[in-house]
Design a protein around this ligand. Structure first.
Ligand code: ZN
Length: 227
């Protein structure tokens, strides 16, 4: 852990998602897929899913369920899945292989600390900050209450949006920089299913801006076509 290990407080995150300035294009992000930029778009890959479940039904708010509860339980579930998935690839994501946290189109994600300072850090460090930030939010009883009758805080939706943006970036980095290793481990069908589930959930509940998903819009469209 470096000395810059701090992250936006719940209060600061309240009311807004990460700003566009958190993304920088002034340096090349490393694509580790053997010079092939977007192998994940090939038909032999996009057709791979681990289930043919109707994702629209799976992501919709079930009748009689409180919307905040639905968002909260899904946030926890997606965090656990993506954290587990990232751990499976963690040996390939090091400060040497990934000196910057990058995603499709060579965009670079920049972490903003709780003093508003922008920190360019390696991908493993960026995602370590992101996962720690999410973990702290999820275990904060004032943000994600677990006791019956406790109310969700004002601005809850904005915190959920921020969590999903970080989770989306985590999968973006895997597609961009570690797709080759994902295939080598036989995890591409799991990745496609997880990504389809996440992006559809976000679309159904307006959790991500089009600007944020744009770099992977080609993949989102290709995967939806399969479904
Ligand atoms: Zn990496």
């Amino acid at each position: 852990m470096g000395g810059c290990h701090s992250y936006p407080s719940a209060t600061e995150a309240d009311g807004k998602t990460l700003q566009p300035s958190d993304i920088s294009n002034d340096k090349q992000g490393i694509n580790n897929n053997n010079l092939e930029e977007r192998p994940y778009l090939q038909q032999e890959h996009v057709c791979q899913q681990i289930t043919r479940t109707d994702m629209l039904v799976l992501t919709s708010l079930p009748p009689g369920v409180d919307k905040a509860e639905w968002l909260a339980s899904n946030t926890v579930a997606f965090f656990k899945h993506i954290n587990l998935f990232s751990s499976a690839l963690s040996e390939f994501c090091t400060p040497t292989t990934c000196p910057t946290a990058c995603g499709p189109g060579n965009m670079i994600f920049v972490w903003t600390d709780d003093h508003g300072r922008k920190l360019k850090c390696s991908a493993p460090l960026y995602f370590d900050y992101a996962m720690s930030y999410i973990q702290d939010l999820l275990t904060d009883e004032d943000v994600f209450p677990t006791k019956t009758g406790s109310a969700f805080p004002t601005g809850f939706i904005f915190l959920v949006q921020k969590v999903f943006l970080l989770l989306f970036r985590s999968l973006s980095h895997i597609y961009w920089s570690h797709y080759r290793e994902t295939v080598a481990l036989g995890l591409q069908a799991h990745l496609n299913t997880l990504f389809t589930h996440l992006t559809l959930f976000c679309q159904q509940h307006a959790l991500l801006e089009l600007e944020d998903t744009k770099p992977l819009q080609d993949l989102i469209a290709a995967l939806r076509k399969q479904g």
